[in-house]
Design a protein around this ligand. Structure first.
Ligand code: C2E
Ligand code: MG
Ligand code: MG
Ligand code: MG
Length: 276
């Protein structure tokens, strides 16, 4: 496989493909510099008790100020952070920043707010992950019980035994575990009972189907499942009052979505949820 061969292969690229490839390389190069340039920030979205309306937690969501005019959501650059392995370092920054913010909020508001942080497969599989979590907690002086780690079903399925071992250690520290986007990868259902899980975050796709009777039955079934396993459920993507009242009839749950508040910066979150 010679350089010459490689060049001739490149010639089959259309101008469009070439441009696309160059754009991608440039995007990733910019992403590599984002941390040093302090372009990352966290947005916070409230998780509320559907019965009382009280906020119980904030989910930290990563944002990238790519340039003066462009603030990108996590979904726009997370794949690139994962592909390149940068997510381990960035994820640790997220964890530390979120823990610090939560500790500050708990102190200034006196409210028992929890903080929920998304964890990528590469982080969970990192040999030092448990130490990294306890480091973040210690640095922020945040009780482990206030931290929720959100892990998707597909992450748990990659290395189920290893993942379970890590979750057990985190649980022993007092950290809470949530399954994120629950219901989008049903294959782990059989394992659910044996994992140390505190909450299920029911994927937004389920809330979107609450408008029809089949969708309501499906949602009720997932709620039953959570109850049977004695774990909390959180409906993701709650956008309308109709969805909210349907969820309230099922009782005992929590919700998150644009209806209660979009992800917002720390200052806005604090005035909206902690000092109102
Ligand atoms: P997620 O954890 O399921 O987060 C919810 C996503 O849905 C967020 O998108 C949020 O802005 C959006 N959302 C919130 N409420 C509503 C609603 O009512 N309707 C609709 N349609 N969407 C809503 P975002 O911020 O782009 O994040 C996408 C995903 O990226 C997250 O999904 C999470 O898996 C991941 N992510 C975000 N921040 C981090 C991070 O710091 N580390 C890691 N590893 N992953 C992250
Ligand atoms: Mg999440
Ligand atoms: Mg989710
Ligand atoms: Mg999601």
């Amino acid at each position: 496989y010679s350089a010459k061969k490689h060049r001739s292969h490149i010639q089959f690229y259309s101008a469009d493909m070439q441009q696309e490839a160059e754009r991608k390389i440039k995007f990733i190069n910019n992403l590599r510099h984002a941390m040093g340039l302090r372009q990352f920030s966290l947005a916070y979205q409230g998780i509320v008790d559907l019965d009382t309306g009280h906020v119980i937690a904030a989910e930290a969501l990563l944002r990238w100020q790519k340039d003066e005019h462009t603030l990108l959501d996590a979904r726009d650059f997370l794949p690139q952070l994962e592909e390149t392995g940068m997510i381990v370092k960035v994820g640790q920054w997220v964890l530390e920043q979120a823990c610090r913010q939560a500790a500050k909020w708990r102190e200034t508001s006196g409210k028992p707010l929890n903080i929920s942080v998304n964890i990528s497969p590469l982080q969970l599989e990192h040999p030092d992950f448990v130490d990294m979590v306890s480091h973040a907690l210690a640095k922020a002086n945040l009780p482990a019980e206030s931290l929720i780690l959100e892990i998707t079903e597909s992450t748990l399925l990659r290395q189920p035994l290893q993942a379970k071992g890590v979750l057990v250690q985190l649980r022993e520290m007092g950290v809470h575990i949530a399954i994120d986007d629950f219901g989008t990868g049903l294959s782990s259902l059989s394992r659910l009972g044996s994992l140390p899980i505190d909450s299920l975050k029911i994927d937004a796709e389920f809330a979107q189907q609450l408008g029809d009777p089949q969708g309501q039955k499906l949602f009720a079934a997932v709620v039953q499942l959570a109850r049977a396993l004695d774990i909390i459920y959180i409906a993701e993507g709650v956008e309308s009052h109709e969805q909210q009242s349907l969820l309230q009839t099922m009782g005992g749950g929590y919700g998150q979505g644009y209806l209660f508040g979009e992800p917002m910066d720390a200052g806005a979150f604090s005035s909206r949820f902690l000092h109102s």
